[in-house]
Design a protein around this ligand. Structure first.
Ligand SMILES: Nc1ncnc2c1ncn2[C@@H]1O[C@H](COP(=O)(O)OP(=O)(O)OP(=O)(O)O)[C@@H](O)[C@H]1O
Length: 234
């Protein structure tokens, strides 16, 4: 059952890859809810299904079975077109490898999601993108091409880009996996600040205990099942 403060609820979620004898059961019945404003780590050994779960939560992949609700909408029952619009409007993504366009500037990279989001005029988008880059501490890198940024700076641009459309939920798949300790800690400080100030909900998959400890909830996946999920701090 979902509580009013839950923005995401999944029940009985399964995901199989392949078919017949080659079927691989990757998610084996996941029940999970995320309260608005939560900051949760998704932990588990390599191959336990973390990226698969994030892809489904991000509506980038369909589950084999199970219920998926977000913001009160049953996402299993809406058209592909509406799902794309829903994703652009409500979900932001940060990946291990930043996926910035190398020849675009930091500002242009951050503005990119707004190009897919009808109705936001360019001047307002530029202003918001610039404000976000200031917020992530890159005011002196706004006009730099992505190739001229350090790994930590690129990941901060990726966070700004994820926030461009003011999503309720940000899914981050090993966002610090490619960074040195200091840059990883800075990225996590930034995530904590955004979470505290904006109440944006974050789910972060990580192999890094320090990053997981910096979250207010730890969800452990083992072989496609949740084996522990510390209750959210109140
Ligand atoms: N598109 C796919 N087709 C077939 N099998 C897949 C696909 N995506 C993932 N898998 C398999 O699902 C299992 C879980 O993969 P997943 O990437 O979700 O794990 P993970 O916990 O994120 O691992 P890591 O920590 O190494 O990133 C793996 O055995 C993987 O080979």
């Amino acid at each position: 059952m979902s509580a009013p403060e839950d923005i995401v609820v999944i029940e009985g979620m399964t995901k199989n890859f392949g078919s017949g004898d080659a079927t691989q059961k990757v998610l084996k019945g996941i029940d999970l809810s995320l309260a608005k404003g939560s900051l949760a780590a998704l932990q588990g050994r390599s191959g336990s299904g973390k990226s698969t779960l994030l892809s489904i939560l991000g509506t980038l992949m369909k589950p084999t079975a199970g219920q998926h609700e977000m913001l009160g909408q049953d996402l299993g029952r809406i058209s592909e077109r509406d799902l794309t619009e829903f994703r652009n409007r409500h979900i932001g993504f940060v990946f291990q490898f930043h996926h910035l366009f190398p020849d675009l500037t930091a500002l242009e990279n951050v503005m990119f999601p707004s190009a897919m989001h009808m109705g936001r005029e360019t001047r307002a988008a530029r202003r918001r993108a610039a404000d976000l880059l200031v917020r992530v501490g890159l005011e002196d890198r706004i006009g730099f091409r992505a190739t001229a940024l350090s790994g930590g700076q690129k990941q901060r641009v990726a966070i700004a880009r994820a926030l461009m459309n003011t999503p309720e939920l940000v899914l981050a798949d090993e966002p610090t996996g490619n960074l040195d300790r200091e840059s990883a800690d800075q990225v996590m400080d930034l995530v904590r600040e955004i979470n505290a100030e904006d109440h944006t909900t974050f789910l972060i998959s990580t192999h890094d205990e320090k990053i997981a400890d910096g979250c207010r909830r730890q969800i452990h996946l083992d072989d496609g099942q949740i084996v522990a999920s510390a209750p959210p701090a109140k």
